[in-house]
Write a protein that binds this ligand. Structure first.
Ligand SMILES: Cc1cc2nc3c(=O)[nH]c(=O)nc-3n(C[C@H](O)[C@H](O)[C@H](O)COP(=O)(O)O)c2cc1C
Length: 189
């Protein structure tokens, strides 16, 4: 089983990265191969809206550090998308990456047809963390779930709210939930 884990937070050991790692490290103990990407350390641009991915190519035509990440999504079984909430959306590093998923969408699909260029059967684990009370950013989670479904994923959200601002706070319950989800998905796969 191939897992790609994409970390959006600039905090390498922040809450979203820790929850993502609880998932991938557990999955690895069951034999999954994991590739991590830390967006904050990468050089890339957000989507330019050029529509090159729908006119002259079936992939994003920008060539930068996100190019191999997008390529790997086609072969991944599970993709972890992890980000903190900043001002009521995902942090900018993650949003700029996320817009590049536009290249996964078939804009020529019939209304009742398959929207995604990805092969079916992939799971997205959506990790979102925030300090506002649990449930305060349900709208953000729902929006990202919908957009990931549009990109062809079955989505399993792991949303952690009511956290402390410090990255090293007690999030044991969320780490356990991530590990349990990894066991469920890897065993099922
Ligand atoms: C620029 C900025 C904006 C933030 N905006 C929000 C917000 O709108 N709502 C919220 O609940 N938390 C907000 N937070 C707090 C982070 O979402 C929270 O600390 C999160 O757990 C950080 O995740 P990380 O440790 O993975 O970086 C903000 C933090 C920063 C730095």
């Amino acid at each position: 089983m191939n897992i790609v884990s994409i970390h959006g937070s600039p905090r390498k050991n922040g809450t979203s990265a820790r929850i993502a790692r609880a998932f991938t490290e557990t999955a690895a103990t069951y034999g999954a191969a994991v590739t991590d990407y830390s967006l904050n350390a990468m050089q890339y641009r957000g989507c330019q809206g050029c529509e090159g991915c729908h006119t002259r190519s079936d992939r994003c035509v920008l060539l930068d550090d996100v190019t191999p990440v997008l390529d790997r999504l086609h072969a991944a079984d599970i993709v972890v998308f992890a980000a903190p909430i900043y001002f009521g959306d995902t942090c900018g590093q993650f949003k700029s990456f996320f817009d590049r998923l536009w290249s996964l969408i078939r804009t020529d699909a019939p209304d009742d047809g398959e929207n995604s260029r990805l092969p079916p059967g992939k799971v997205a684990v959506l990790v979102l963390t925030h300090v506002d009370a649990a449930g305060a950013h349900t709208d953000v989670a729902e929006r990202y779930v919908r957009n990931l479904e549009f990109c062809g994923f079955e989505v399993r959200p792991l949303v952690a709210g009511g956290l402390r601002l410090q990255p090293n706070g007690d999030i044991d319950g969320h780490l356990r939930a991530a590990a349990a989800l990894a066991r469920e998905l890897v065993r099922a796969g």
